[in-house]
Design a protein around this ligand. Structure first.
Ligand SMILES: Nc1ncnc2c1ncn2[C@@H]1O[C@H](COP(=O)(O)OP(=O)(O)OP(=O)(O)O)[C@@H](O)[C@H]1O
Ligand SMILES: [Mg+2]
Length: 365
C-alpha cells in the first residue's frame, strides 16, 4: 500500500472526533495511553518489534553516521497513527547518544517560533517535529534552509527597513513524523536523507509486542491469549497495548489474572471488539449497508442517517478500516459491501440463497 494514498488520519472535524471518542480501537492516543506509553516504548532498535526493512535501513544510516563521527541525516517517518513514529524518533536519539527536542507542526505557527527552537539546538541534537505536515508555510520555508545549509535568516525590523540576519546553526538531525506524507510539499520531502515508511504490523509481530508489554506490565499472558488480542488489534501496536490493558482488568476481576484465549475472547466481547477488530460502530455501518441496503451501492449521507451518526464519523472514523480490511468499497455510485462483509457478519447476499427466503440477506437477521 502506498502511504501517500493513506487517509486514516486522526479525524479533522469535530463531528468525527466526537464519533471516535472513547473508541477502544481508535489508533490515536488518549490520555490513558499517554500515561502508560512512556513505560512501554522500546528504548533501542533491538527492542523495536517488526518493521524489519525500516529497522535495517535506519540501523545502517545511524551506524554509518556514528562511524564517521557525524550527525545523522534528516529522517522522515511516515505512517498511520500508533505504528511507532514517536517511539522511533526517541530511539534515533538514543542510538546516536544525542539529546532530543520534541515539538510539533501545529505548535510552530510563526517562523519566529521555529527560529527560536533552531537557534537553541546543540550540536548533534535530534529535533523531533511531529505532525510536520501541519506546520505553517513561512516556518516550512525557514526549515528548508535550516535542513540544507544549517542556517536561518532571522528577520529584524518590519517593512522596508527590515533586514535578514543570517544565523549559523550547529549540525542537527531533524526527525519529522507524519500520518500524511502526501501532504508534504516535495521540496520538504526531498530534504530528508532517509524516509521510513511504516507498515501495519502482522499478527506475529503484534504477538511479540503483546508479550513484551505484558512482561513490562507484569501480567501473565498465554501465547493463545496474545494471539487472540493480536488478531483484534488492527495491525497497530498502540491498539494492541490498549486492548491488553482492558483484558488485564477483566482477567484480574473475573479470573486469576492470567490472560488465556478464553479470557481475551470474553473480555473483548464485553468491549464489543470482534474477532477482526471491528467495534460497535464499524459493525453498525456494515450491518446497515448489508441489511438495509442489500450491500449497496448507497450514498454516504443515507448510510450515516441509517446508523444515526454524522457523515464525517462514518467517513473518517469507521470507513478507513473497513476499506483497508476489504469489507467495504467506495465507488462513484456509493458505498458497496464486498463478499467478505457478508461473510463476516454471517449474512447471505440477496439472491444467493438456495431455496428458503430469498430476502433473508436483506431483512432477515
Ligand atoms: N515496533 C514496536 N514495538 C513495540 N512497541 C511499539 C512498536 N511501535 C509502537 N509501539 C507501541 O505503541 C505505542 C504507540 O507508538 P507511537 O506513540 O510511537 O506511535 P506514533 O506512530 O507516534 O503514533 P501517532 O501518529 O499517534 O503519533 C508506543 O507506546 C509503543 O509502546
Ligand atoms: Mg507520535
Amino acid at each position: 500500500m502506498d502511504w501517500d494514498d493513506w487517509d486514516d488520519s486522526a479525524p479533522d472535524t469535530a463531528a468525527a472526533a466526537a464519533g471516535a471518542a472513547e473508541r477502544l480501537v481508535d489508533a490515536g492516543a488518549d490520555g490513558d495511553d499517554q500515561a502508560v506509553e512512556a513505560a512501554l516504548r522500546p528504548k533501542n532498535l533491538g527492542e523495536f518489534v517488526g518493521q524489519e526493512r525500516v529497522r535495517e535501513q535506519l540501523d545502517l544510516v545511524l551506524r554509518a553516521a556514528r562511524q564517521r563521527g557525524a550527525t545523522a541525516d534528516h529522517v522522515l517517518l511516515s505512517g498511520a497513527p500508533g505504528l511507532g513514529k514517536t517511539t522511533l524518533s526517541m530511539i534515533i536519539a538514543a542510538e546516536m547518544a544525542a539529546p532530543i527536542r520534541i515539538t510539533s507542526g501545529p505548535a510552530i505557527q510563526h517562523a519566529g517560533d521555529l527560529a527560536a527552537i533552531l537557534s537553541s539546538l546543540t550540536e548533534g541534537e535530534v529535533l523531533f517535529l511531529d505532525e510536520i505536515h501541519r506546520m505553517s508555510r513561512p516556518a516550512e520555508e525557514m526549515l528548508y534552509m535550516a535542513m540544507e545549509d544549517f542556517r536561518v535568516d532571522v528577520i529584524v525590523g518590519k517593512g522596508p527597513g527590515a533586514t535578514a540576519i543570517p544565523l549559523e546553526l550547529p549540525p542537527f538531525t531533524l526527525v519529522g513524523a507524519t500520518t500524511r506524507a502526501g501532504l508534504l510539499p516535495p521540496p520538504l520531502r526531498d530534504r530528508f536523507g532517509f524516509t521510513a515508511h511504516m507498515e501495519f504490523y502482522g499478527p506475529a509481530e503484534l504477538e511479540r509486542v503483546l508479550h513484551r508489554s505484558a512482561r513490562l506490565l507484569e501480567v501473565e499472558i498465554e501465547p493463545a491469549g496474545a494471539a487472540e488480542i493480536a488478531g483484534r488489534s488492527r495491525g497497530t501496536p498502540r491498539i494492541a497495548n490498549r486492548l491488553l490493558r482492558r483484558v488485564r482488568d477483566y482477567a484480574q476481576v473475573k479470573a486469576d489474572g492470567v490472560i488465556t484465549r478464553e479470557i481475551a475472547e470474553s473480555a473483548l466481547g464485553v468491549y464489543e471488539v470482534d474477532g477482526r477488530g471491528l467495534d460497535r460502530l464499524d459493525r453498525a455501518v456494515l450491518g446497515a449497508l448489508l441489511k438495509l441496503f442489500g450491500g449497496g451501492p448507497v450514498g454516504l449521507s443515507t448510510l450515516a442517517v441509517a446508523v444515526g451518526e454524522e457523515r464525517e464519523t462514518v467517513e473518517e472514523v469507521a470507513e478507513p478500516f473497513l476499506v483497508r480490511e476489504g469489507l467495504l468499497a467506495r465507488t462513484p455510485r456509493g458505498r458497496v459491501a464486498t463478499p467478505a462483509a457478508w461473510e463476516h457478519l454471517g449474512l447471505r447476499p440477496p439472491g444467493q440463497d438456495t431455496g428458503g427466503s430469498a430476502q433473508q440477506g436483506l431483512f432477515g437477521v
